[in-house]
Ligand binder design. Sequence first.
Ligand code: NAD
Ligand code: UD1
Length: 345
Amino acid sequence: MTILVTGGAGYIGTHTCIELIKAGYDIVVVDNFSNSKPEALERVCEITGHNIISYKTDIQNKQELEKIFSQHNIEAVIHFAGLKAVGESVQLPLTYYQTNIMSTLTLCEVMKKYDVKNLVFSSSATVYGATDQVPILEESPLNPVNPYGRTKHMIEEVLRDLVKSDNNWSIALLRYFNPVGAHESGEIGEDPTGIPNNLMPYISQVAVGKLESLQVFGADYKTVDGTGVRDYIHVVDLAQGHIKALEKIIDTNGIEAYNLGTGNGYSVLQVISAFEKVSGIKIPYSIGERRPGDAALCYADVSKAKEDLKWGARKGIEDMCQDSWRWQRKYPNGYSQKSIKIYSN
Ligand code: NAD
Ligand code: UD1
């Protein structure tokens, strides 16, 4: 069975391509490489020993997309492509609404034309907004607080309307919590542009000496130690969740949202401590102000995914830190051409 993977060269996309290939699917990747490098797909080929058919195409380009659908017998789509930086979305709302929403509309129009009605969509826990009602259930109120989050919410609504209009569609909305970690080979991982906004890549870059010190955003929350608590999930567990969601949508019709997290929350200080333990490196940090828009606590109720998808995360916080660290120290400059492999097991 052939699966089209949009945004397949990105962080979660590459890890999912590996799991798809391992599960015996044929894949076709379409990516405009706006936030990724072709080298990431080359590494996926090396890891799996399989060639990947990939197209450098913007999925807003309907003609190009139609060509791809006419050339391959695509039966389902996993849709990762999109822009994902919260701060940037506040600065550039039109770019975010245009790219994320229009590309999804174009993709769905082409899927409809070619009678491909199985879709797994990358949503985000960000659709819930800054709630402190934890654990978060799929039925919890949706109240995104920034343009990025609103694009995800709007797309979810569009997809619900699509299913109402034609019950042959089968769609899974996967709401990821905090994806971290990397493939155990250390050959692929998260490669943020510039100074990372997210905790794990920031800690890794401090550990490898690219950044001096971490600023902890607030230590006066009502949490275990005052710092923010999140549901970190290993990207390989997350990738495997896509395979389970794919199996489910191929078997059924309709639309369902699923939380993909571990169901456990860790504070910033607990993550620092786990990272120090596995790396043997002290992470210098200072306590700073709260970051506007941050919630104190955010973790998932994952019983729906466990029940319906027969999926659950297996890896713990130390695996996540270990694998992030392996990738970071092997490739301190990510996929950049200047990167040199400085460490090998
Ligand atoms: P990523 O930026 O690494 O991957 C996205 C990929 O899509 C990139 O390779 C990029 O080049 C490509 N792309 C972007 N716009 C495109 C377009 N118009 N046409 C073709 N390709 C395009 O991001 P990721 O972390 O792998 O996230 C994948 C998806 O999961 C995104 O939709 C993101 O919003 C969502 N998500 C990510 C996180 C996270 O923390 N990483 C959390 C929740 C949800
Ligand atoms: C961020 C995004 C969210 C996205 C999620 C995916 C924001 C406001 N939200 O959420 O939309 O879905 O990533 O991974 O960007 N922290 C520090 N110092 C740092 C960085 C982070 O103390 O330098 C703290 C944060 O305050 C938070 C925790 O670490 O308590 C995790 O932060 P981060 O990795 O940015 O994730 P989220 O805030 O959950």
